[in-house]
Design a protein around this ligand. Structure first.
Ligand code: IPM
Ligand code: MN
Length: 348
């Protein structure tokens, strides 16, 4: 295949700005003779909700299904009540398109500074990936509230963990661990307290692990895992965890690996029956929107992940190398969003 169609959802805040730089890089890396990309913009997020009251219309979802992949900027805006766009756009996309692997690499590139004293706590560097389950856990909206607004109010949020859902993401994590040099997989959960789900995850890792004898496994409670992120992140290779733990851990992971401006992610359906969706881990950052201040590196690295997912390994590697070269010589000088995009294009 040499012609691909990409759906582009710029979204809110800095989303459209960083996505524009990602597309600039996509365009440049696929120049003459290589694969070609056509892009189609979809207007989702705060603007659409204010104008029409819609979040993710079925017609848009249907159209999105027809593309090879989706590139998303950010969804969320302070002018919209909390949860409306998250529950109305982003999560329905992940759920409807069955993005059960939320893949979030944490790699400290040479030249990038970490808030950690890396020479002391991670002398061999930081390079791990979090395989965050993307379709279950407490994100499914199961729960409810009773006697709201009274002193007797009760709110529950039910975490859904199915054997089917846990097994498929655990399998994916084992396969990724096996393909990496260290072949190490850490399950992060909290099975001393969340016993029902915790034991399902633990048993599933044990059982699937029997099929991967060359992959070494470890277990950590999520609270302890945050300590090791700060004190010994080099111990991690692949982490598999549920949707909420993965959300929290990947923000810490981004912080230690150079900041949220560099953190890319893929919402992946490994079965490839639907398009996978690539997005920076960061949000819409309304405080700096429209000022060309946002770092588009995470969006550009997300384009790299998109290319890799489509099997365009050569192009993906070129994007990663161009970003690495830019980061290596970036220094502390502030650059505009477009300047970073131009610099990466210049390195291709
Ligand atoms: C993320 C975000 C989302 C999440 C929110 C916006 C729903 O924090 O992609 O990490 O919790 O998954
Ligand atoms: Mn998050």
């Amino acid at each position: 295949k040499d012609a691909y169609s990409i759906a582009v959802i710029g979204g809110d805040g800095i989303g459209p700005e960083v996505v524009a730089e990602g597309l600039k890089v996509l365009d440049a890396v696929t120049g003459s003779g290589g694969p070609t990309f056509t892009t189609t913009d979809y207007d989702l997020g705060a603007r659409r909700w204010h104008a029409t009251g819609e979040t993710l219309p079925d017609s848009v979802l249907d159209e999105l299904r027809g593309h090879d992949a989706i590139l998303l900027g950010a969804i969320g805006d302070p002018s919209v009540p909390s949860g409306v766009l998250e529950r109305g756009v982003l999560l329905p996309l992940r759920f409807a398109l069955d993005h059960y692997v939320n893949l979030r690499p944490a790699k400290l590139f040479p030249g990038v500074s970490s808030p950690l004293d890396v020479s002391r706590v991670a002398p061999d560097g930081i390079d791990f990936v979090v395989v965050r389950e993307g379709t279950e856990g407490p994100y499914t909206g199961n729960g409810g509230a009773l006697r709201v607004g009274t002193p007797a109010e009760i709110a529950t949020e039910v975490s859904v963990n199915t054997r089917y859902g846990v097994e498929r993401v655990v399998r994916d994590a084992f396969a990724r661990a096996q393909a990496r040099p260290r072949k190490h997989l850490t399950l992060v959960h909290k099975h001393n307290v969340l016993t029902y789900a915790g034991h399902l995850w633990r048993r599933t890792v044990e059982e699937v692990g029997a099929e991967y004898p060359d992959v070494e496994t470890a277990y950590q409670h999520v609270d302890a895992a945050t300590i090791f992120m700060a004190t010994d992140p080099g111990r991690f290779d692949v982490i598999v965890t549920d949707n909420l733990f993965g959300d929290i851990l990947t923000d810490i992971a981004a912080a230690i690996a150079g900041g949220i401006g560099l953190a890319a992610s893929g919402n992946i359906n490994p079965a490839r029956t639907t398009p996978s969706m690539f997005e920076p881990v960061h949000g819409s950052a309304p405080d700096i929107a429209g000022q060309s201040k946002a770092d588009p590196t995470a969006a550009i690295l997300s384009v790299g992940m998109l290319l890799a997912h489509l099997g365009l390994d050569k192009e993906a590697a070129r994007v990663d190398e161009a970003v690495a070269a830019d980061l290596a010589e970036r220094g502390d000088a502030a650059r505009s969003t477009t300047a970073v995009g131009d610099a990466v294009v210049g390195r291709l």
